[in-house]
Design a protein around this ligand. Structure first.
Ligand SMILES: Nc1nc2c(ncn2[C@@H]2O[C@H](COP(=O)(O)OP(=O)(O)OP(=O)(O)O)[C@@H](O)[C@H]2O)c(=O)[nH]1
Ligand SMILES: [Mg+2]
Length: 294
């Protein structure tokens, strides 16, 4: 009889290297929001991958960076705590020479006992020979248990990766039922979807200054859902940016978010959004706690 293996696999790396894109690709659906801007993910995002002889629990984390406020401190703590508890770590990097930020993460890995795989993501964006010096340089910095060039976007080398990950996990039980693909509540995922639409519609400091809180989630008749949410910003000026001329931007954000939420819940959704100023909320421990960032 073959062994059944299971365990937690933490995805860590700098912001924007493609961790959430990889998680979604493995899940076969969108669990984590993704954007071309760094620091998109703010919490741990879980994907349960069931294979015939293994259950892998992938945990996507916020990108490592130098925090400038308490929200950033929470994000970095989420990543390092997740890495410390993992049975296996996937350290993801860009297909270029290691930066200071990459080196800082590698030095944190030194204290960790679990195996570490290096994933050079976005390998679709460079010619294959260009990967060799990058791999050599990384191998000089750390003794990685495996190294995989991958493309989360183009689904390159991921089957290999899954097999290798499963093979490295300890013998263990199925922690979650087969049909479960995440442990995240739909309310959280809806708030994330709204945040993603705002990230895409705004520039500079605004995407970083927003938070979304679901206020109401009520069934209204058969197959209909009423959801209301607050969008918090740090300043009055940001509020008018999000609302837009005659409410046009907020309307657009709402309609895009509603369509995605409808796909997720399989019901017709009525979505009502409010924009509120919470001055410097990213540095306020009380507000961070209320918003689930602590
Ligand atoms: N060319 C290419 N682009 C990719 C690949 N994977 C991700 N990207 C792009 O990289 C950007 C960042 O992707 P994310 O998945 O949000 O990155 P992340 O590491 O989760 O970022 P944070 O949450 O900010 O830490 C997006 O524009 C993706 O489309 C890849 O394999 N190839
Ligand atoms: Mg992410």
């Amino acid at each position: 009889m073959t062994l059944f293996r299971s365990g937690y696999v933490s995805l860590i790396g700098k912001p924007n290297v493609g961790k959430s894109t990889l998680l979604n690709r493995i899940a076969g659906r969108k669990l984590a929001i993704v954007s071309p801007k760094p620091q998109t993910t703010r919490n741990r995002i879980v994907c349960i991958k069931n294979m015939p002889d293994a259950q892998i629990i992938f945990v996507d984390t916020p990108g490592f960076h130098k925090p400038k406020h308490k929200l950033g401190e929470h994000m970095v703590r989420e990543s390092s705590d997740t890495a410390k508890e993992a049975d296996l770590i996937l350290f993801m990097a860009e297909p270029e020479m290691p930066s200071q930020a990459d080196r800082a993460i590698i030095s944190m890995l030194e204290g960790i006992k679990s195996p570490v795989f290096l994933l050079i993501n976005k390998s679709d964006s460079v010619k294959k020979p260009a990967l060799l010096p990058v791999i050599n340089e990384y191998s000089r910095l750390h003794r990685f248990d495996e190294i995989f060039p991958v493309s989360a976007l183009k689904d390159e080398n991921l089957d290999y990766l899954l097999e290798a990950v499963a093979g490295r996990l300890p013998e263990g039980p199925r922690y979650y039922p087969d049909e479960m693909i995440t442990d995240m509540p739909e309310r959280f995922m809806a708030a994330e979807i709204i945040r993603e639409k705002i990230i895409f519609e705004t520039q500079e400091e605004v995407p970083y200054s927003i938070a979304v809180e679901i206020l109401e989630w009520k069934e209204r008749g058969k197959g209909k859902l009423y959801i209301s949410a607050n969008i918090y910003v740090e300043r009055e000026g940001q509020k008018s940016i999000i609302i837009g001329k005659q409410g046009a931007r907020l309307k657009d954000i709402g309609s895009k978010a509603r369509q995605d939420i409808e796909k997720m819940v399989g019901a017709e959704v009525f979505l009502q959004l409010w924009v509120k100023v919470k001055r410097d909320w990213r540095s306020d421990p009380g507000t961070l706690k209320e918003l689930g960032y602590s």
